[in-house]
Design a protein around this ligand. Structure first.
Ligand code: 16G
Length: 240
C-alpha cells in the first residue's frame, strides 16, 4: 500500500512519525485519558499509512506506558498517578490507597560510607556509615520509579530488615519522619535507568530528591528517585 500523506521524504521512520503524532494528540488532550484510541483501520485511513505502521506506533506507545491495551476492549490512553504535594506519605501507602498492588525489585541493600553529597544532605560526617536501599518500585506490575534511599545507620542499622515499606518499619521504630524537603526537576533517563523503567533511553523522567526529618530536625533519609515521566503527575494546591 502506498504510504501517502505522511510519507514525504524524511530520514525518520514512518511509524516514529505516526507515534509522535499520536503522542502530541494525547499530550494536547485531543484524545483524553482513559479514552479509547480509534481502531487501527480508522487511524490508518485517516493518516494515509498502512495498518502495520499504525500497529508499530501503537506498540511503541504501549511500551512507553502512554497507552494500555485491554484484552478484547481496545487500546486506551493511560492515566497517570496523581500525587498531591501536600502530605509526607510513602510509596506503599500512596499506591495501596489507590488500590494498586505494590511490588519491588531490590537492586541493592547494603551498609557503606556516605558520599560528600550524602554527608551534606544528612548533615553527618564522612565516617558515619549509612544504610542504602536501592530499588525499582512497581505498582500493578508497572515500573513506576527507581529509588535510592540513604539513612544514617544510627536510624537503620540493617537495611535488609526493610521488606516492603521503609516508612512502616520506621513507624514501628518510632522514627517516622514528620517533615521533608522535596525538589523536583526534569531529566532524561540514561541507559540503565531507562532499561529498568522499561522505556527507551533518553525518555523524560521526574527526578525527585527528598530529605526527611524527625521531629527534632535530625535528617533521617536522603532519597534520590527517578519517576517515569508518563506515569506521574504531581499536584500542589495554591492559595492566596
Ligand atoms: C516515597 C518517598 C521516599 C520514601 C518512600 C517510602 C517520594 C519522592 N519519595 O517513595 O522518600 O522513602 O516513599 O516508601 O515520595 P515505603 O514506605 O513504601 O518504603
Amino acid at each position: 500500500r502506498e504510504e501517502t500523506n505522511l510519507a514525504a521524504k524524511s530520514a525518520t521512520p514512518l511509524y516514529l512519525r505516526v507515534q509522535r503524532g499520536l503522542e502530541q494528540a494525547i499530550e494536547a488532550g485531543m484524545i483524553a485519558v482513559n479514552d479509547a484510541l480509534p481502531a487501527e483501520r480508522e487511524l490508518a485511513n485517516a493518516l494515509g499509512v498502512s495498518r502495520v505502521t499504525v500497529r508499530n506506533a501503537v506498540r511503541a506507545l504501549v511500551d512507553k506506558g502512554m497507552l494500555v491495551q485491554r484484552h478484547g476492549a481496545g487500546t486506551f490512553v493511560a492515566s497517570r498517578v496523581e500525587q498531591p504535594l501536600k502530605q509526607l506519605t510513602g510509596f506503599t501507602e500512596d499506591m495501596s490507597e489507590r488500590g494498586m498492588a505494590v511490588n519491588v525489585q531490590w537492586l541493592d541493600r547494603s551498609v557503606g560510607l556516605p558520599t560528600p553529597e550524602e554527608c551534606e544532605a544528612l548533615n553527618i560526617d564522612s565516617s558515619t556509615a549509612v544504610s542504602r536501599l536501592y530499588r525499582l518500585r512497581l505498582a500493578d506490575e508497572k515500573p513506576m520509579c527507581i529509588e535510592h534511599a540513604v539513612l544514617p545507620i544510627t536510624h537503620l542499622e540493617d537495611p535488609t530488615v526493610v521488606e516492603t515499606s521503609l516508612y512502616d518499619y520506621l513507624e514501628e521504630q518510632k522514627r517516622r519522619p514528620t517533615r521533608a524537603i522535596q525538589k523536583l526537576s526534569a531529566r532524561l533517563l540514561d541507559i540503565s535507568h531507562a532499561h529498568l523503567l522499561g522505556v527507551p533511553t533518553g525518555s523524560p523522567c521526574l527526578y525527585i530528591e527528598r530529605t526527611s526529618f524527625l521531629p527534632n530536625d535530625e535528617a533521617i533519609e536522603f532519597v534520590r528517585s527517578y519517576y517515569r515521566g508518563d506515569s506521574y503527575e504531581f499536584v500542589a494546591e495554591l492559595r492566596l
